[in-house]
Design a protein around this ligand. Structure first.
Ligand code: 5GP
Ligand code: ZN
Length: 116
C-alpha cells in the first residue's frame, strides 16, 4: 500500500493535516515534531506508506533510507544546529513506536532537552 488513508503521517503528506515543513521532495517530507524533545526536533519520513523499519526491503528501500539519513546533517546545518544531534528510528511495540508510518527523529540544539 503506497498510501494508507487512516495513517496520520499519510494525512500530513497529503496536506489533510497541517505541519511545519522543513523540507520536501518527490519521495521525502520533513516536518517539525509537534511535541519536540529538543530545541530542534525534525521527523524525516518517506512519502510512501511504510509502517515500520521492519517492513523495508533491502532491494527496494535502501536508497530511500540512505537519502533520508543523508538529509539529516544538511537539515541540522540549515536549522543552525552546530554542536551535534541525535537520530532515532523507533520500530514496533517494544521499540516504542507510536505512529506506524516509518520516520526518523532528528534532534539537536543546546541542552537541556525535554527528554533524552
Ligand atoms: P514515535 O513514537 O512513533 O517514534 O514518534 C511519533 C512522533 O510523532 C512523536 O514524537 C509525536 O510527537 C509526533 N507526532 C504525533 N502526531 C503528530 C502530528 O500530528 N504532527 C506532528 N508534527 N507530529 C506528530
Ligand atoms: Zn502512512
Amino acid at each position: 500500500m503506497s498510501h494508507d488513508p487512516s495513517c496520520l503521517f499519510c494525512k500530513i503528506v497529503a496536506g489533510q493535516i497541517p505541519s511545519r515543513k522543513a523540507y520536501e521532495d518527490e519521495e521525502i517530507l520533513v516536518f517539525h515534531d509537534i511535541h519536540p524533545w529538543a530545541p530542534v526536533h525534525l521527523l524525516i519520513i518517506p512519502k510512501l506508506h511504510i509502517a515500520t523499519l521492519a517492513d523495508i526491503s533491502e532491494e527496494q528501500h535502501a536508497a530511500l533510507l540512505g537519502r533520508m539519513t543523508a538529509l539529516a546533517p544538511r537539515l541540522m546545518r540549515e536549522a543552525a544546529v552546530t554542536n551535534g544531534f541525535r537520530t532515532v528510528i523507533n520500530c514496533g511495540a517494544d521499540g516504542g513506536q507510536e505512529v506506524y508510518h516509518l520516520h526518523m527523529h532528528v534532534m539537536g540544539g543546546p541542552r537541556p532537552w525535554a527528554k533524552g
